[in-house]
Design a protein around this ligand. Structure first.
Ligand SMILES: *Cc1c(COP(=O)(O)O)cnc(C)c1O
Length: 379
């Protein structure tokens, strides 16, 4: 049995985060930096400005960093942008939409939930009708790629409907930003949340929110927590160049390196092309072994793929998972309610050769388990 590994000897993470990062991104972290160190302050500024540029928001938008995982940025976005007397319509088709609902409920923001099944995009006609019927709705929240299933939600169409109704859009683009198109010059939103360690391929520890500046300036008094107040975080950074509280220095310096590598490899188009090829190779190889994807190709984002659990009773998922791990590939259990499943990610510092390596390991594991065909039970 061969055990594949990264340049630093680690298994490859075919997961939705944390992800496999380049050796050079990891190496960027081996220093101590004071928060007032001039080089760090410059790197920090460059990271925030580059993210705004990647978003297509230079001049109109500002990126506000937030210590913590991606959810900290989503919670900061919702609680900073939705006023206490506001109301959010949430488009839910997976765990991340449900998490946003929970955030709003804890923060005491009124919600209206439009939920579809995990393999079904939101119904745009229903969205339009709901906005027309309830003048109390101030904001709409949507997830760009719902990582629960890997579905690409129609964010540009959602944005058009929200703008036409005079409401404001908040986007969780965590697993899509930097790879799937969402250009602020074309897609109107007030705020978009993402993080250091998904498609930008940094290490985990920093979320960020790309904010339309005029909308951000109108959020004064909305925040219900000190640490998640995006306006205060932004104003202190603008005035002093400093984070309000201890910055995740190594994470920021690693992200600086990751963004440098991102630009050198063709920026968004380059990243999208690599992930799309990973996804194509993966799906083709898996279908060749009988596995079936949850989603039709038209709804599948090249980020993470959900496969239905094989029907063969000899397919023991824990043994399958452990055997792949022993061969150097970490996959991810399913989180679906509609079907038994597991997931394989296409993002991180991986290319088609890694996907082929993973497929070889999967083939070995099917042989070891005595499973001739990965087909799920007929629906
Ligand atoms: C990863 C992810 C998040 C954030 O999750 P954390 O575990 O807090 O980093 C939020 N939304 C989506 C769609 C994600 O994929």
């Amino acid at each position: 049995m061969t055990k594949a590994h990264s340049e630093t000897g680690d298994p490859f993470l075919l997961t939705p985060g944390p992800l496999t990062t380049s050796a050079s991104v990891k190496r960027a972290m081996v220093h101590d930096w004071g928060s007032r160190d001039a080089t760090f302050v410059r790197f920090n500024r460059e990271v925030l400005d580059k993210i705004t540029e990647i978003a297509g928001g230079t001049g109109t938008h500002a990126t506000v960093g937030m210590q913590g995982s991606g959810t900290f940025a989503v919670e900061a976005m919702l609680t900073s942008f939705v006023p206490r007397d506001g109301k959010v319509l949430l488009l839910v088709n997976g765990a991340y939409g449900k998490r946003a609902q929970k955030i709003c409920e804890i923060a005491g923001r009124a919600v209206r939930v439009l939920e579809t099944a995990e393999d079904t995009p939101p119904d745009l006609a229903v969205l339009g009708a709901a906005l027309a019927a309830d003048a109390g709705i101030t904001h709409v929240f949507a997830v760009h790629c719902e990582t629960t299933s890997g579905i690409a939600n129609p964010i540009a169409e959602i944005a058009r409907i929200v703008a036409a109704s005079g409401r404001r859009l908040l986007v969780d683009s965590m697993s899509a930003f930097g790879a799937l198109p969402i250009d602020a010059r074309e897609v109107q939103y007030d705020a978009l949340a993402a993080s250091s360690n998904k498609c930008l391929e940094g290490v985990p520890g920093m979320g960020f929110v790309v904010c339309r500046k005029d909308a951000l300036l109108r959020t004064k008094g909305n925040a219900t927590t000190l640490v998640l107040d995006l306006l205060d975080q932004w104003q202190v950074m603008e005035k002093t160049g400093q984070w309000r509280f201890t910055p995740p220095i190594q994470v920021i310096v690693a992200l600086h390196q990751a963004i440098h590598e991102y630009e050198a490899a063709g920026a968004r188009e380059g990243r999208h092309a690599r992930y799309a090829e990973n996804c194509r190779v993966l799906i083709e190889g898996m279908r060749g072994m009988g596995f079936r994807t949850l989603l039709p190709d038209a709804l599948q984002a090249p980020i993470i793929v959900t496969f239905r659990m094989p029907a063969d009773p000899r397919f023991d998922f824990q043994r399958f998972y452990d055997g792949l791990k022993d061969r150097g590939y970490v996959i991810y259990p399913g989180k679906l309610t509609v079907a038994e499943s597991f997931r394989i990610g296409c993002i991180g510092r991986l290319d088609a050769s890694h996907m082929r390596g993973a497929l070889g390991a999967i083939r070995e594991m099917l042989t070891e388990l005595g499973v001739a065909d990965g087909a799920p039970a007929a629906a």
